[in-house]
Design a protein around this ligand. Structure first.
Ligand code: UGA
Ligand code: MN
Length: 287
């Protein structure tokens, strides 16, 4: 009997781990759809980058992923990843137009146009509200960024980003619940001194403006974020800061990581023939 009780207790322990596990996140009583916009482009590390992002997003409910390929056509290996996440997605191709920097601006602009012209299809019948987040394919995302921050954005949410802007963390400076300045190294005078990863806007703000990522705006000193948010008619008073409540041990929910390009050993140069691409033994690698 004792043995039986011990075995039973043991299996109960197995069923209910005491260590922390990722929970399938609840939507906190709001039915806001999270619309994530991701520009992406062919490079050796793109498939692993997109795979990590897909694995993260598949833990989040009520989400629509808009992926915009910087190229003439979509890529089957990327589509396969999106299919396997089983989350609703839209995958379109828009090669960067002449005059735009090759940094995802044009792709995000195309996504904004899509969101404005296909709002009801993207929201689906279960959702009246949405939040738009620009999530690049190479960052590192905590699931709580989506469930605890983005989902709750009523106008403009801003939070800390790790490893960005030439420093270890950029964050809004919050006094009495209001953002009074930005704790950043680079260009702190901007109305919104925040990286793309550090904010989300409610869908109604997107729909009430025609702001896009243009090339003419000079206000950000080269950064597109403050231009977009200013063009959306937003002011610092509109900011809802997230993650600042604790005095210390504050957590960072998004990291501006970069995947380095691996050093591929090239075949020997031959004066008459061009260098052949690396051998992939029949496996798919974007070389
Ligand atoms: C930083 C910011 O984090 C970006 O959000 C911002 O757009 C960019 O600076 C900027 O300067 O405008 P960073 O990490 O330096 O981004 O740039 P990437 O991550 O290489 O590119 C941003 C996004 O655009 C990525 O999702 C990337 O896949 C995409 N991209 C980049 C393209 O679609 N095409 C390109 O040729 C390059
Ligand atoms: Mn990046």
């Amino acid at each position: 009997m004792l043995l039986f009780a011990m075995v039973f207790q043991f299996t109960a322990d197995l069923r209910q781990p005491t260590y922390p596990v990722f929970k399938m996140a609840e939507n906190n009583g709001t039915n806001r759809m999270i619309i994530v916009v991701t520009p992406t482009y062919k490079r050796m590390t793109r498939i692993p980058d997109m795979l990590r992002m897909a694995n993260t997003l598949s833990h989040v409910k009520d989400i629509h992923w808009i992926v915009v390929e910087d190229g003439n056509k979509t890529v089957p290996a990327v589509k396969d990843i999106l299919e396997r996440t089983r989350i609703p997605y839209t995958y379109i191709a828009h090669k960067t137009a002449v005059g735009y920097p090759r940094r995802g601006w044009y792709q995000r602009t195309m996504a904004l146009k899509l969101i404005r012209s296909n709002t009801s299809q993207i929201l689906g019948s279960d959702h009246e509200e949405g939040v738009v987040y620009f999530g690049d394919d190479d960052n590192s995302y905590d699931i709580r960024l989506f469930t605890d921050y983005i989902r709750n954005v009523k106008t403009l949410g801003i939070w800390a980003v790790g490893l960005v802007g030439g420093t270890v963390v950029e964050a809004p400076k919050v006094v009495d619940g209001k953002v009074t300045a930005f704790n950043v190294k680079w260009n702190p005078k901007r109305r919104f001194a925040v990286d793309m990863a550090g904010f989300a806007v409610n869908l109604k703000v997107v729909l009430n403006s025609d702001a896009v990522f243009g090339t003419s705006c000079k206000r950000g000193g080269g950064a597109p974020e403050t231009c977009l948010l200013e063009d959306m008619g937003l002011e610092r008073e509109d900011i809802e800061p997230f993650g600042h409540e604790k005095e210390k041990d504050r957590e960072i929910f998004v990291w501006h990581t970069k995947t380095s390009t691996p050093n591929i050993v090239q075949a020997k140069k031959n004066a008459t023939k061009p260098v052949p691409p690396p051998e992939t033994f029949g496996y798919f690698v974007e070389v």
